[in-house]
Design a protein around this ligand. Sequence first.
Ligand code: FES
Length: 110
Amino acid sequence: MTLFKACLLSCISTDKPYKVTIDDVDILLAKTLDDKIWAFDAMCSHADKSMENGRWDPANGHITCPFHKAVFDVPKGGAHLKPPAFSPIKTYAVVVKNEDSGNFVFIEMD
Ligand code: FES
């Protein structure tokens, strides 16, 4: 497991997902109302399209794909809740570290 620096903590909001690319993998970061930070694959498991402009629900951590409206439960391991997706999306552990230049979010990846 390796920690990758993703972005400044201030880039992440409850409003919409923030996209980073690490090792050619597009990852979305977003915050829930309880101030927890979540990281998950940007690409929908239905047709491999980006959910960067999907609807993020900060109350429950659900992301709705903007293309065909599949829904994933990010806090529950990216479980698929609504078709047309029939498989989950990958989620990642997140760590926040305070460095001299600010608070940064790191993502644990294989
Ligand atoms: S690409 Fe996401 S629901 Fe079809």
